[in-house]
Design a protein around this ligand. Structure first.
Ligand SMILES: *[C@@H]1O[C@H](CO)[C@@H](O)[C@H](O)[C@H]1NC(C)=O
Ligand SMILES: *[C@@H]1O[C@H](CO)[C@@H](O)[C@H](O)[C@H]1NC(C)=O
Ligand SMILES: *[C@@H]1O[C@H](CO)[C@@H](O)[C@H](O)[C@H]1NC(C)=O
Ligand SMILES: *[C@@H]1O[C@H](CO)[C@@H](O)[C@H](O)[C@H]1NC(C)=O
Ligand SMILES: *[C@@H]1O[C@H](CO)[C@@H](O)[C@H](O)[C@H]1NC(C)=O
Ligand SMILES: *[C@@H]1O[C@H](CO)[C@@H](O)[C@H](O)[C@H]1NC(C)=O
Ligand SMILES: *[C@@H]1O[C@H](CO)[C@@H](O)[C@H](O)[C@H]1NC(C)=O
Ligand SMILES: *[C@@H]1O[C@H](CO)[C@@H](O)[C@H](O)[C@H]1NC(C)=O
Ligand SMILES: *[C@@H]1O[C@H](CO)[C@@H](O)[C@H](O)[C@H]1NC(C)=O
Length: 307
């Protein structure tokens, strides 16, 4: 579907709408990044060199079928560890574009730090001077929610929890090489709940479940009664909406893009770490910021700093 959508776009472009078409087609949708500024790099350091080569190795491996790659660069004590994860339904070309943009952006935005993460709708890229592979990384955690409320929150919240939980079980046990699942459920006659969860595929079944439990639990804490919400962490993410925001599996000609309603999304500061061993990740802190994504056919993101 994505393919035919792209072809249609190319066809329109050929008809002379090139500029707007290219703009719609290529740009990955940036969400947020976090630089861990407790880990600073000297300008000409070996770590910087390793980081550069890590990022180019990630970019050049962004055409993998499972949308995931982990890589290391350099020797101890300057090893750079990194990985990217593309959303499970994203086409390989879009994954590649997203990772390319992510690796260039993060170098600019987080220059001089050893540990950073950047999220887009289509992909996530994360690196550190400590191994981040095959372990649950829950910090930093970001949450965004749709500003629209549901009219009947009780039954809706229950449906969200049950559906997300079932989707999480599917994803954790996914043996396709991705740990990704989506699920639709009817809410009312006219409203369908769309849910999506994903772990980095280097996690075990148990670790993926644990990460998603945390992400889904955090959703009910922040976002009860919202028409949509998501939790993003380095190891997993979970999202639901009342409109399709991912590529639907069924139907040959389901719309490629969500019939985006006018809604908005707010970025919350992370909730206090839930009863946790203060995970040994760098002290990546997110200040109180609000991102408003006016969801139009293309997403416009504006960042407002509360202070
Ligand atoms: C990433 O993509 C955005 C949107 O298309 C663009 O404005 C930005 O310049 C790109 N960043 C880099 C480093 O190429
Ligand atoms: C790190 O970031 C925090 C929050 O953005 C800021 O308050 C602090 O001054 C920064 N520290 C350094 C060393 O840049
Ligand atoms: C990562 O870098 C920080 C700051 O330079 C350093 O304190 C820490 O020991 C490094 N971690 C590892 C595993 O090398
Ligand atoms: C960094 O490298 C450049 C070129 O290799 C050199 O000219 C410069 O003096 C170096 N700076 C430091 C602080 O080592
Ligand atoms: C992929 O990554 C490996 C190292 O992790 C690197 O040697 C290789 O050049 C990268 N690119 C491709 C296309 O495989
Ligand atoms: C990727 O991660 C696995 C552990 O999950 C590790 O064994 C492997 O060496 C890593 N690959 C690279 C290129 O670092
Ligand atoms: C949704 O509910 C919240 C809290 O109950 C309220 O502050 C907000 O204005 C509502 N949003 C809309 C779009 O009605
Ligand atoms: C939702 O309801 C429609 C008709 O009311 C039905 O065809 C469809 O299978 C239902 N979907 C799910 C996921 O239950
Ligand atoms: C789903 O819910 C069951 C029962 O409440 C719980 O044991 C299980 O851990 C949950 N699974 C996930 C992935 O959240």
């Amino acid at each position: 579907m994505k393919v035919s959508f792209s072809r249609n776009l190319l066809f329109l472009c050929a008809l002379g709408l090139a500029i707007s078409c290219l703009a719609i087609q290529a740009a990955p949708d940036y969400i947020h990044h976090v630089c861990s500024n407790t880990t600073t790099i000297q300008p000409n350091s070996t770590y910087q060199t390793n980081l550069n080569s890590l990022l180019s190795s990630l970019s050049s491996n962004a055409t993998r079928a499972n949308g995931f790659y982990n890589a290391t660069a350099g020797q101890s004590p300057d090893v750079a560890y990194g990985l990217f994860l593309c959303r499970g339904d994203v086409a390989i070309d879009d994954c590649r574009d997203c990772v390319a943009n992510a690796s260039a952006e993060i170098l600019q935005q987080c220059s001089g730090v050893k540990k950073a993460i950047i999220w887009y709708d289509q992909c996530m890229l994360h690196y550190s001077n400590r191994s981040i592979f095959s372990r649950v990384e829950e910090n930093p955690m970001l949450q965004l929610y749709n500003l629209q409320n549901v009219t009947d929150p009780g039954p809706f919240n229950q449906l969200v929890v049950d559906t997300m939980n079932a989707t999480a079980t599917l994803a954790a046990n996914d043996e396709s090489g991705k740990k990704f699942a989506t699920k639709e459920e009817n809410f009312t006659g006219s409203q369908t709940l769309y849910s999506l969860v994903q772990c980095t595929p280097d996690l075990s079944i148990a670790d993926c479940s644990k990460c998603l439990e945390g992400a889904i639990g955090a959703l009910s804490l922040c976002c009860s009664g919202k028409q949509g919400a998501r939790t993003l962490t380095p190891s997993c993410n979970a999202r639901y909406e009342l409109y399709p925001f991912y590529q639907l599996e069924a139907g040959p000609l389901a719309p490629a893009l969500a019939p985006a309603p006018t809604s908005a999304t707010v970025l919350l500061p992370p909730p206090p770490a839930p009863s946790s061993k203060s995970s040994a990740t760098g002290k990546a802190k997110i200040s109180s910021q609000v991102i408003i994504d006016i969801v139009f056919p293309t997403i416009v993101a504006v960042m407002i700093l509360r202070h």
